[in-house]
Design a protein around this ligand. Sequence first.
Ligand code: ZN
Length: 178
Amino acid sequence: MGLIPAAVERLAAEFGRLPGIGPKTAQRLTFHCMRATPESTAGLAAALADLRRRVRPCSRCYFIAEGDLCAVCSNPSRDQTVMCVVEEPLDVLAVERSGEFGGLYHVLGGALSPIDGVGPDQLTIDALERRLDGGEVREVVIATDPDVEGEATAHYLGDRLASRGISVSRLAHGLPAG
Ligand code: ZN
């Protein structure tokens, strides 16, 4: 038998799989859970289960939603004529924090990366074009990351949307940090 009980090893391994969590932090979180009240660990477990059961991608923009549509898509006071295209749902939160955008979003689900096998079909670009087919959007702001993949994706989208007669611009310096 090892020094550490299997159940402890297991939880530490799960924490260790989370982004930004190294082995030491994983162990600290695990020991914290052992000291915590049964109510708080039950709350954590329930919150995790609830997350996967209730939250899914918005059927229109692929941001996170608790029903069919996310809070942005179901808000009629958002500017329906301008759309910000981002890579991931977290990017929507970053743009919202800036407080300078009142339009709609479209979450691509990543960026073009041939080396990782991510082509246009792996992103939600077809769905984006179907939304633009609706004709209400007059302006698209591409806010993909300022890295190689993000720039390639922005160029690809710029070319693909060029014939639509709508304004397509690139958010020059990527997303506001933090
Ligand atoms: Zn939405």
